[in-house]
Design a protein around this ligand. Structure first.
Ligand SMILES: C[S@@+](CC[C@H](N)C(=O)[O-])C[C@H]1O[C@@H](n2cnc3c(N)ncnc32)[C@H](O)[C@@H]1O
Length: 287
């Protein structure tokens, strides 16, 4: 009985008699595997395990000047974007929110102010907010700001891709200007799905893509010529702000990000552009 040996590479079955096909598929598969473990850090291509360390270093360096730089770079407009984000989330006095990549607490503070306003005289708020961020330096600034404001927030150090939190435990998941920094966006969105209760809402505020070419040109000039200079002048840091503008260009556009959210299982996924698409708010529900 003749024995025919076959080999498989990836999903393809190869007979050794067809040597050139073997080599062609082998090279293609090896290249695919090699690229599978590489990612971008701004415009630089790096190993996946290096990216999270580099991102960590960025936010460790800028933590103390982070809030002042946000105001300077955006002329304060980031405050309006975050206000609109909170209006869209529309939490009630019972909402349990998880704010991932919550950094120095801007979203959590807005959430508590919003539910405080919804509190009635006879019924106190049962709402709560947990901020989860990978970076201890950012969390430390957030804790100090919360103490100054007398606000009660739970602070958790953790990775958006592997949240140290139980399944189905939150009514809402927010992430503002954070998802761009994670290595695997799809895993972070899947984690959001896991920790949300059925009926829970995913809401993401992130830099996005401007479709008007003239506006894009102006925005690019400002981003690449001005922002790193401001970073150097205000925070004494050029590279983190170079990374910021580059990472924005690498982030998927509005439609592609919508598909990632849908692939994680979210339903009724929509997005809204703010400031001509400089940022977008994506929303989805765990139904
Ligand atoms: C641009 S700041 C946004 C902070 C805050 N949400 C805001 O809107 O001001 C990005 C934050 O993402 C955090 N971050 C980056 N990678 C992360 C990850 N894999 N998991 C959790 N947080 C992450 C950083 O430490 C940083 O605090």
């Amino acid at each position: 009985m003749a024995v025919v040996r076959v080999y498989s590479i990836g999903h393809q079955i190869i007979r050794p008699s067809n040597c050139s096909a073997f080599l062609r598929v082998f090279r293609k598969y090896s290249l695919h595997k090699a690229n599978a473990y590489r990612t971008h850090f701004g415009f630089e291509i790096v190993d996946e395990d290096v990216k999270s360390e580099k991102v960590y270093n960025v936010f460790e360096k800028v933590a103390n000047s982070y809030d002042a730089m946000n105001d300077a770079m955006s002329f304060g407009i980031h405050r309006l974007w975050k206000d609109i984000f909170m209006q869209k989330l529309a939490p009630t006095r019972n909402t349990q929110l998880l704010d991932v990549a919550g950094g120095t607490g801007d979203i959590a503070f807005r959430f508590l102010r919003h539910v405080g306003q919804a509190e009635s005289e006879d019924e106190a708020s049962r709402a709560s907010v947990t901020v989860c961020d990978i970076n201890e330096a950012m969390l430390e600034v957030g804790r100090a700001r919360a103490r100054q404001r007398g606000m009660c927030i739970e602070w958790v150090q953790g990775d958006a891709e592997q949240l140290p939190l139980p399944d189905a435990s939150y009514d809402a998941y927010s992430i503002a200007f954070g998802i761009r920094n994670v290595t695997h966006i799809d895993r972070a969105v899947q984690e959001a799905y896991r920790v949300l209760k059925p009926g829970g809402r995913f809401l993401c505020l992130e830099f996005s893509h401007v479709s008007n070419p003239a506006l894009q040109w102006v925005y690019d000039q400002y981003s690449f010529q001005v922002i790193p200079v401001l970073g150097q002048l205000i925070a004494g840091q050029w590279k983190p702000y170079q990374y910021l503008v580059e990472s924005i260009r690498q982030f998927p556009n509005q439609e592609d990000f919508k598909e990632i959210i849908e692939s994680a299982g979210f339903r009724s996924v929509t997005y809204e552009n703010l400031t001509f698409g400089v940022v977008a708010i994506h929303s989805g529900f765990k139904i």
